[in-house]
Design a protein around this ligand. Structure first.
Ligand code: ZN
Ligand code: ZN
Length: 330
């Protein structure tokens, strides 16, 4: 029997354990993917730390997967053996609920999420529903493309929800912000980066990617912003960002699990400021981003870890010890 290696979470708040397992049998419509790289997303931390409830257990985390098609299940069309593909967070949807039927499959009532309710990419192999995978072509290094699959795709959805404004604040300058900053600069927008107080390395990193201004998240930008996206899991940033946007401005909570939002004076929301949240992604978001990212010349700054060092990658992300994105390479 063919076997694979996987980093497995048996229970929340315990370290992942490397296990050898049989390669699962392919169901109809599924593909077997030989993983070339898998990004480490903040959502993986929320799964490992028990902040996202009811994961499948044991679970193999990881939903920023770049790999090669190794086998095709019955009825799969549109992919060939050896082709490079991406597997994202949205693993499958029902296709029949009111959300799926109205173009909002990101809100599906009975979704499947890669690395949360089905095994993901912290492994040498993974199985995915082919309808929710994307052809990636051959351009770009596997590890440098991996963060596109979540930081890029859900970041793109958040970016679209922020509207067409010319000035954009990004709170939390990690994997998603460093990708979307490049898209925004390429589109001629002015990016204002907000980091943890005193994190001058992250502020320098933001400036190196074209941000016109970078400071701590308590600071006010030199001019009111058209919109702000919060990529850090910190509810207190919602009132902070509302202070930074102009009348009618938007504050987007960018697809993350956030701590409670402290109460704040109504005057911060007054004058038609908006607070929005982004949940998950649609395949349309993915197709749009995968088309625009190469045109914008998006380049991910990555730190590579061997698969067996997944726990170290997770703690580095938790402690804010890296710039850009952590990526596991089996
Ligand atoms: Zn549905
Ligand atoms: Zn993610």
């Amino acid at each position: 029997m063919a076997t694979m290696q996987a980093m497995v979470l048996d229970a929340p708040r315990t370290p992942l354990v490397m296990r050898e397992r049989p390669v699962p049998a392919l169901g109809p419509g599924e593909i077997l993917v030989a993983v070339a790289a898998c990004g480490v997303c903040r959502t993986d931390l929320h799964v490992v730390d028990g902040e996202l409830e009811h994961p499948k257990l044991p679970i193999v985390p990881g939903h920023e997967i770049v790999g090669r098609v190794a086998a095709l299940g019955y009825g799969v069309s549109g992919f060939s053996i050896g082709e490079r593909v991406g597997v994202p967070w949205l693993g499958a949807t029902c296709g029949t609920c009111p959300y799926c039927c109205s173009g909002a499959e990101n809100l599906c009532d009975t979704p499947v999420f890669t690395g949360y309710t089905r095994d993901g990419g912290y492994a040498t192999h993974t199985i995915a529903d082919a309808r929710f995978c994307f052809a990636l072509g051959e351009a770009g290094d596997d590890a440098e493309v991996a963060p596109w699959l979540c930081a890029g795709l859900i970041g793109w959805r958040s970016y679209c929800m922020a509207g067409e404004g010319r000035t954009l604040g990004l709170y939390g300058f990690g994997a998603a912000a460093h990708i979307l900053a490049q898209v925004a600069v390429w589109q001629g927008r002015r990016v204002f980066a907000f980091t943890r107080k005193g994190d001058t390395a992250a502020q320098d990193f933001a400036r190196s990617l074209g941000a016109v201004w970078a400071a701590g998240s308590d600071d006010l930008p030199p001019e009111p912003l058209d919109a702000a996206i919060i990529f850090a899991p910190v509810g207190a940033l919602v009132p902070a960002a509302l202070k930074a946007v102009r009348k009618g401005g938007r504050v987007v909570c960018g697809g993350i699990h956030m701590s409670d939002i402290p109460s704040f004076p109504y005057s911060l929301l007054w004058e038609e400021r908006h607070v929005l949240s982004v949940a998950n992604l649609t395949r349309t978001d993915a197709h749009e981003f995968l088309e625009i990212a190469p045109k914008a010349g998006v380049h991910c700054e990555v730190k590579r870890y061997p698969l067996s060092h997944a726990n170290e990658a997770l703690s580095d992300l938790r402690e804010g010890r890296l710039q850009g994105a952590a990526v596991l390479v089996p």
